[in-house]
Design a protein around this ligand. Structure first.
Ligand code: AMP
Length: 130
């Protein structure tokens, strides 16, 4: 059974898309820690990120760098934090979380709630910076 992220990549589940290339896909996390919290995933479904081949792991991070650069110029933040958790969805993914202080990047925090319009607005801003 395909992962929820494969369903997103295939267009079977909607998302707030940021960018894609042949091998990777980026979209807003639906339960964001901060505005602009984005997930970057390889299109090929692999559960554990460190099971990716070296080339695939490197390429995923280079794609994430491009997405992080777009987030940084689109969302007011000190930095874009990077995290790999992977306990919920068994499809390797990198969290990119723009933040202004350490408290914001605690994954135990209550997640923010945005309207569809707010999600679309922030996704559109980041897309323009990509
Ligand atoms: P983890 O596997 O622990 O890194 O967490 C998976 C992340 O995927 C969580 O932050 C979820 O909010 C996010 N997530 C799960 N389903 C969706 C979805 N349909 N669209 C966007 N983000 C999702």
């Amino acid at each position: 059974m395909p992962s929820v992220f494969t369903k997103i990549i295939d267009g079977d589940i909607p998302c707030y898309k940021i960018a894609e290339d042949d091998l990777h896909f980026a979209f807003l996390d639906i339960n964001p820690l901060t505005q602009g919290h984005t997930l970057v995933v390889p299109k090929q479904e692999t559960d554990y990120i460190f099971d990716l081949e070296d080339n695939a792991l490197a390429a995923l991070h280079l794609f994430a760098k491009k997405v992080a650069t777009a987030i940084k110029i689109s969302v007011p933040c000190v930095r874009v934090g990077v995290a790999v958790i992977g306990l919920e969805v068994p499809h390797a993914h990198i969290h990119l979380v723009p933040f202004n202080n350490m408290q914001q990047i605690n994954f135990s925090n209550q997640k923010l709630i945005f309207t569809k319009e707010e999600f679309e607005e922030i996704a559109s801003k980041i897309r323009k910076g990509f």
